[in-house]
Design a protein around this ligand. Structure first.
Ligand code: GLU
Length: 326
């Protein structure tokens, strides 16, 4: 009897489940958004997860399902969008500029169909060094064991710009490791590297993990080489990592950086991009609370600054409706 009741409940549950599944999303075509992010201890991962959270809240209505896997970072995301693996992705403003204009690592390989969606948080080039490494300045990195970032990451791209400006190659370091963002903190703590380079919003999990497991400090990056890079390239600016965010790092540290931006392809469906943008800005106060790096975001700045590729039409439609652009 009991068994019978159980299976009847299971059967009716299954019917109910099927019925729920069949309507109303079945009525329209299911669409998918895959967002390229970064390592799980960074901020891009939170950007992607947060966007998907709001997109998925409307799934019944829109038929759009969103997921945001961890990836190798900016360059991997842009290449993944180009190759059709990701619908959208997060990319540093310098990488967006270089990809669209065919400069830097994209020399001779411009991606003209890259489209901007919005700017997100600021991301300084962040060098964290072990206290016992003797590294106090950018020049002190020479001859040391430095994680310059995995190929495909934004930090690798930016570090190569810095290395070029300094006349350094990978041989300028005693070790130039290429660990993924999520592996750097433990490598620093285990004394496998002296310093790690990360272009990232603050505070973030990787720097938090490293500073709480090993005595380490943020290195100021404000010498003449850095200042001339900031003068030369429109997408770099001086910035400050505020003191007090990380254990043992109470003072402000001056460095330079870029902005995180959200990008897609000209080929991406206009309604899909519109719905993603709408999901973020319709829930903007909640979005801003999902990470401290989002706290000071302002829509008018997000749709105007740090974008070098043209706005995607789906995004532009929403911004026009809001009166944020002409
Ligand atoms: N800026 C890094 C990159 O482009 C990622 C930072 C993050 O994951 O928050 O690879």
């Amino acid at each position: 009897m009991k068994r019978h009741a159980f299976s009847a409940a299971a059967v009716s549950g299954a019917i109910l489940g099927a019925a729920m599944f069949a309507s109303p999303a079945m009525a329209q075509e299911e669409k998918f958004i895959t967002i390229g992010t970064g390592g799980q201890t960074g901020v891009y991962y939170v950007v992607g997860q947060s966007i998907c959270r709001f997109v998925n809240q409307n799934a019944e209505e829109t038929g759009i399902r969103c997921n945001a896997p961890s990836t190798g970072g900016s360059v991997a995301n842009v290449n993944g969008i180009r190759g059709g693996e990701y619908t959208m992705g997060v990319a540093q403003s310098d990488v967006q500029y270089q990809a669209y204009n065919g400069t830097g690592n994209f020399e001779g390989n411009a991606y003209e169909d890259l489209r901007a969606v919005f700017k997100v948080h600021g991301e300084p080039l962040t060098i964290l060094a072990r206290a016992d490494s003797g590294i106090e300045t950018l020049d002190d990195l020479e001859g040391k064991r430095v994680n310059i970032g995995n190929p495909g990451s934004g930090q690798r791209n930016t570090m190569e710009v810095v290395m070029d400006a300094k006349g350094w190659t990978q041989d300028s370091f005693s070790l130039a490791s290429q660990l993924d963002a999520a592996e750097m903190a433990s490598a620093l703590a285990d004394n496998n590297i002296d310093a790690m380079a990360y272009v990232v919003g603050h505070p973030n999990g990787a720097i938090q993990e490293a500073t709480t497991t090993v005595d380490s400090h943020l290195v100021p990056l404000n010498d003449d080489t850095v200042k001339s890079l900031v003068e030369e390239y429109p997408y770099y600016s001086m910035s400050v990592i505020p003191g007090g965010m990380y254990k043992g790092n109470d003072e402000d540290v001056e460095t330079f950086g870029v902005a995180a931006t959200f990008v897609t392809s000209a080929d991406a469906d206009e309604d899909l991009v519109y719905e993603a943008v709408k999901a973020v800005f319709d829930n903007f106060d909640r979005f801003k609370r999902l990470h401290p790096a989002f706290a000071n975001l302002k829509p008018e700045e997000m749709v105007a600054d740090g974008l070098s590729a043209p706005l995607h039409e789906g995004a532009a439609r929403y911004y026009r409706e809001q009166g944020w652009i002409e």
